[in-house]
Design a protein around this ligand. Structure first.
Ligand SMILES: [Zn+2]
Length: 271
């Protein structure tokens, strides 16, 4: 198996505290060369950065995730800019827009509150795209039920590129992202046979479109459905991709191209 990179994994989350070292060792045995760890809120950045300092295979990103919009404060953006100048961030992320309507609390069912949340998400997303442009860093984008708005914003900020993580949009939207220089994250959701619309994207889009990710601890692949996801399952994600991508190329050639795609986003990866 060729070199693999997990472009999106929350290995800093506490669900990995008990067995993180064993997971990393197992990943190395499986030729997983690097794992990109995106940050989701300012409170989590210090421990994420120190984890990445301890293990050179882990690459840090920092960002303010749209689903944690209630935790973010104006000072977090100032701190993020400071990290861009002082720390070895490989990307700004995880950032984006999440307009999926979750009926989790009374708050969320209030229309005014939802409108304010959306406005706040837009504010932080836009500000972080500007920071990424200013410091020439790629972005790791979370976009759920919001591709129309994300695309509109990216068209205004042409100097920013990166990955649309766990891509779940349409073929037409995928083509627009690719035209803007983005890559699409291929992960566990594509391993389920019922995801036929998503799976068909692999045959319709060019090989240059894709990078691999686990999004652990979420988005477990089919074989580990209902369990905690892990970067150890990245080789399985790679096998799913190979089974869907119909081509005359060898598995090795396909994996090498995916690695090149990933290096295209993260030039810090070794040649
Ligand atoms: Zn994520």
């Amino acid at each position: 198996m060729s070199r693999l990179v997990d472009t999106h994994c929350h290995l800093d989350f506490s669900v990995f505290d008990a067995d993180r070292l064993a997971i990393l060792q197992h990943c190395r045995q499986q030729h997983i060369q690097n794992i990109v760890i995106p940050g989701v809120s300012a409170g989590g950045w210090p421990s994420l950065l120190s984890l990445c300092q301890q293990h050179s295979m882990l690459l840090p990103a920092a960002g303010l995730h749209p689903c944690f919009v209630h935790q973010h404060q104006a000072e977090d953006l100032v701190l993020l800019e400071q990290l861009c100048t002082t720390d070895s961030l490989v990307a700004i992320g995880e950032i984006g827009l999440d307009f999926l309507h979750r009926r989790t609390s009374a708050d969320n069912d209030n229309n005014d509150q939802r409108a304010m949340d959306k406005e706040s998400q837009r504010h932080y997303f836009s500000a972080q795209l500007d920071i990424a442009g200013q410091y020439h860093l790629p972005v790791l984008i979370h976009a759920l039920k919001a591709h129309f708005e994300v695309l509109a914003l990216l068209k205004q900020k042409r100097d920013v590129q990166g990955v649309i993580h766990a891509y779940s949009g349409s073929y037409e939207q995928a083509v627009e992202y690719l035209d803007l220089g983005f890559k699409l994250g291929f992960g566990g959701a594509y391993s389920y046979p019922r995801a036929s619309r998503l799976r068909s994207l692999v045959t319709r889009l060019p090989l240059q479109a894709w990078v691999l990710e686990t999004d652990a601890p979420d988005m477990s692949p089919l074989s580990h459905s209902g369990e905690r996801n892990s970067p150890e399952y990245l080789s399985e994600i790679a096998r799913v991709f190979l089974s869907l991508y119909d081509s005359h190329l060898s598995a090795k050639q396909i994996m090498e191209q995916l690695y090149k795609n990933t290096r295209n986003v993260f030039p810090v990866l070794e040649l």
